[in-house]
Unconditional design. Structure first.
Lengths: 540, 339
């Protein structure tokens, strides 16, 4: 078969490759007659098929999403900027058929779908759920931290009452528990298969599941060539949701953005996931290619003045910074206008939307006034730190900031920190006097963002910010329900303090860009990884 | 024992201290890299406790000397450790990626030699003519364009605009399955399996990246051939041969060319070694799962095991390469002589 014939064929079939046409299929028989294949390219590499394993990178989370089920999932809504998005406010069943919460909010009872089976045909039982949850809270590292956010700390909180009934006991009721069950971490593993491959040194079968997933999800892994490709194959017995339209999904790793762009423009691949802002802006203008730029929920790019550095203890200096930032120029240069502006908002906070526009805008006269009123009227020098791993947006931003800050007497030298050092320097040691930061919270409530980024000592509070009122407000608000009468006033007060104290000066809300050519149904997820389940061919 | 076997054994013995040195230096250098792998791999939301757990799991909490002895002990058992970036053992990574790089580099060098050596010979025998000028232009253009640029231009013209080349998707387009692993060289493995559809698939994927690399390596080979031919042609023994009335073909290929090959082979060895390491950018552009991009990714995140494994593999490869070049010398050099 020649290249041309394949291309022509792709065109006629609306970019889904017919099963019979593929030499690939010689090795993979037993296909249903319908369906098709979609090819996705991504610049990231998958380094494990097990999210719980130490060292598993973000790109690998997609395996947990596509190959495993959770008890519950989020709903779907229209996304700003086109396409679909997950809906944080709606919790839908995945493996659980129904669930109830006791009146005191401390006991959650899940009924599993009776017809749910693992890939090997065995029924999914509550014992599997318990084993998987025990694993997530015991694995340590990120999975355990994420479980903790939903109040899930210890194995003794989970109980398999009978085959189809699973109970979670909480130490305190929290609005975060149910959504935390829908994030990729608490996925349900075939415990029998895992236990058969566990050893004394490796009781959680980390080595086995690292390369061999064992789940009940919509797709199985047909093939994984690390550094090259991951091939998903549909599980026709999936009961977690509507059966995916594609029978096979090939995720190819192509490091060069230019090559990815050529591939999707020509339509030889149907989707390029997570493309640079520049390509998104240019491809959007082209016919034939659909670009979705979804502002990432609960995430913002910000400038962080560190409170351990003396000049930034002065509120006037921080406000001077906020007025000196050339917001629009940064948004156009570093983000190519993709995402959402976070400046020039109303001074009065009328709702609980977050991220929200700060009341600041570019106003050098005001910036100079604040500098003059501060204890550092004659200016000072400070390094402005950026991560080389995030240089695509940090570098142009830093250069524009440097230019602007020079005008109000703040001399900055741009300090580029290697990606491997960035986390220790910025987040763990919190020693960078002035730096850029981009935390995004998975659970989409403002208090969750504040918990990580504004509470003293917490990982993403890289400014060493400490405000007693914020500490109390976050503690009071974090677990109460969104419809609790105290919720909205507390949130509004937090935001008010955040804009007054400015430990994080919002720049813009970044977007996740995806280009599609001949496929449809893309859905944005907070975890920023590809959910291949809802994808459809463009013509169907 | 024949003198040649003795020479080869001598060369192998000489390589031992080099390898030992490489083991020590690669260990020390990776530790001297900035960055804390434990913090990096603990992930986005890790706390101090989980970072400490990972540091312990990686053995990075032990004193340096103890870490070194563990490392040497593992090496002695043939274990290179596990790469944190790819999640595979370093041995598996190298086994998968080294053949990919070698295949690309070798094909590129073959292509390069096929063009550069005749061109160099022609340019030397006809100095100042259009062939000589063509050689100069090609060489200057090839060496002055960075490989990633040539690569992108080739993709743009041959894939994007004309559609002549297949999708630049790595070693095989997604419609093919990789051939059963024998050597790791797809061209060889596919031929062994008798699967010529896959063989052509692999060849098609090779053409653009190999051309990119060939253009880059053309320059040193063509220049060296030309210079060596010129100096051979003006030397006394050629004058004598011509005076003795030998045919021009015999003089040119039997005497001049054979002598001129010596420096060319030396250059080839050097070109091969730097191409293998330097084709990172070509690998990135063509999504080639090679050793260069592997090493760079590992370096960026201070993935100790992977970096050490890469350096060691390259060192071994160079030792073997030098040995091959030395043997090739013995075969080519008319003074050692075979006939």
């Amino acid at each position: 078969m020649t290249e041309t014939s394949r291309r022509t064929f792709l065109k006629y079939s609306g970019a889904t490759v017919g099963a019979a046409m593929l030499p690939f299929l010689k090795a993979m028989p037993a296909q249903a007659a319908t369906g098709g294949t979609i090819v996705v390219v991504s610049g990231q590499t998958i380094n494990s098929l097990d999210l719980h394993r130490t060292g598993t990178n973000r790109a690998s989370y997609q395996v947990a999403v596509n190959c495993y089920d959770r008890l519950v999932s989020f709903g779907t809504k229209a996304a700003p900027g086109g396409g679909l998005s997950y809906d944080y406010t709606v919790i839908e069943p995945e493996l659980a058929e129904s669930w109830t919460t006791s009146d005191d909010g401390l006991t959650m009872t899940f009924k599993l779908k009776p017809d749910a089976t693992f890939w090997d045909g065995r029924k999914v039982t509550a014992a599997d759920v318990k084993w998987s949850f025990d694993r997530a809270v015991s694995a340590g590292g990120f999975p355990s931290v994420q479980m903790k956010a939903g109040g899930l700390l210890r194995p003794d909180q989970f109980e398999a009452v009978d085959d189809e009934t699973f109970v979670i006991k909480l130490d305190k009721p929290s609005k975060l528990t149910l959504p935390d069950l829908a994030v990729p971490v608490p996925f349900i593993i075939n415990a029998e298969v895992a236990k058969a491959n566990a050893t004394d040194d490796d009781p959680w079968a980390m080595d086995y599941l690292h390369t061999t997933p064992a789940g009940s999800g919509a797709f199985k892994v047909a093939r994984w060539d690390q550094g090259q490709q991951l091939v998903y194959e549909r599980n026709d017995a999936w009961v977690g949701g509507p059966l995916p339209s594609f029978e096979r999904v090939i995720v190819r790793e192509v490091p060069s953005p230019a090559t990815r762009r050529a591939l999707v423009e020509r339509g030889d691949v149907q989707m390029s996931f997570n493309i640079p802002n520049k390509d998104a802006a240019e491809l959007d203008a082209m016919p034939g290619v659909d670009v979705y730029s979804t502002p990432i929920e609960n995430c913002m790019h910000c400038l962080c003045p560190n409170f351990n550095f003396e000049p930034f203890q002065d509120a006037n200096v921080r406000k001077a910074l906020a007025y000196a930032i050339p917001y629009e120029a940064i948004f156009q240069t570093a983000a190519y206008g993709r995402g959402a502006p976070l400046w020039g908002g109303d001074a009065e906070i009328s709702d609980t939307a977050w991220p929200r526009k700060s009341p600041f805008m570019t106003d050098l006269a005001k910036a100079k006034e604040h500098m003059a009123a501060s204890g550092f009227a004659s200016g000072f020098e400070v390094p402005l730190s950026i991560s080389l791993g995030l240089a695509d947006w940090m570098e142009p931003t830093a250069l524009l900031l440097q230019e602007s800050f020079a005008e109000i007497g703040i001399k900055t030298q741009i300090e580029k920190i290697p990606g491997a050092n960035w986390r220790s320097a910025a987040l763990v040691e919190k020693r960078l006097p002035l730096h850029l930061e981009n935390f995004g919270g998975w659970l989409n409530t403002p208090d969750y963002y504040f918990f990580w980024a504004y509470k003293h000592g917490h990982l993403f509070n890289s400014s060493n910010y400490l405000n007693e009122e914020i500490e109390k407000l976050v503690d009071d608000t974090l677990h109460i329900a969104v419809d609790d009468p105290a919720y909205a006033p507390n949130i509004k007060r937090m935001m008010q303090i955040a804009f007054e104290d400015l430990p994080r000066i919002p720049l813009w809300q970044p977007a996740l860009n995806v280009a599609m050519n001949g496929a449809d149904g893309y859905e944005f997820w907070f975890h920023r990884q590809l959910d291949v389940r809802p994808l459809t061919s463009a013509t169907s | 024992m024949s003198p040649r076997a003795k020479m080869i054994l001598g060369r192998v013995a000489q390589a031992i201290p080099v390898i030992l040195g490489v083991v020590v230096i690669s260990f020390v250098l990776t530790r001297a890299l900035p960055g804390d792998p434990a913090a990096y791999f603990a992930g986005p939301a890790a706390d101090a406790e989980s970072i400490a757990e990972i540091r312990e799991a990686l053995g990075l909490d032990k004193p340096l000397l103890q870490q070194f002895f563990y490392y040497v002990g593992d090496l002695a058992r043939g274990e290179l450790g596990t790469s944190l970036t790819t999640g595979q053992t370093v041995l598996a990574d190298l086994a998968a990626r080294l053949p990919a790089s070698l295949e690309l580099t070798l094909v590129a060098l073959l292509l390069s030699c096929a063009i550069a050596i005749p061109l160099g010979v022609l340019a030397a025998t006809r100095p100042g003519t259009w062939v000589d000028h063509l050689c100069r232009v090609l060489v200057t253009a090839g060496v002055s364009m960075p490989t990633f640029f040539t690569g992108i231009v080739l993709i743009y013209v041959f894939y994007y605009l004309t559609g002549l080349a297949p999708s630049p998707l790595g070693r095989l387009d997604f419609i093919y399955l990789s051939p059963p692993h024998v050597t790791g060289f797809y061209l060889i493995d596919a031929a062994v399996a008798g699967d010529f559809e896959t063989w052509f698939g692999a060849l098609k994927q090779l053409i653009l990246p190999a051309t990119t690399l060939a253009l880059f390596t053309l320059a040193p080979i063509a220049r060296m051939t030309r210079a060596a031919m010129l100096s051979a042609l003006s030397s006394d023994f050629i004058r004598t041969a011509r005076a003795a009335g030998l045919g021009s073909r015999k003089v040119l290929y039997g005497y001049a060319f054979r002598n001129a090959l010596l420096p060319v082979v030396t250059t080839l060895g050097m070109v091969f070694s730097f191409t293998l390491g330097a084709n990172v950018l070509v690998e990135k552009v063509f999504a080639w799962p090679g050793i260069g991009s592997y090493a760079v990714e590992a370096l960026v995140v201070s993935d100790y095991a992977a970096v050490q494994g890469f350096v060691l593999a390259m060192a071994l490869l160079f030792v073997v390469l030098n040995l091959i070049i030395d043997i090739a010398y013995a075969l080519i050099d008319p003074r050692i002589g075979l006939n």
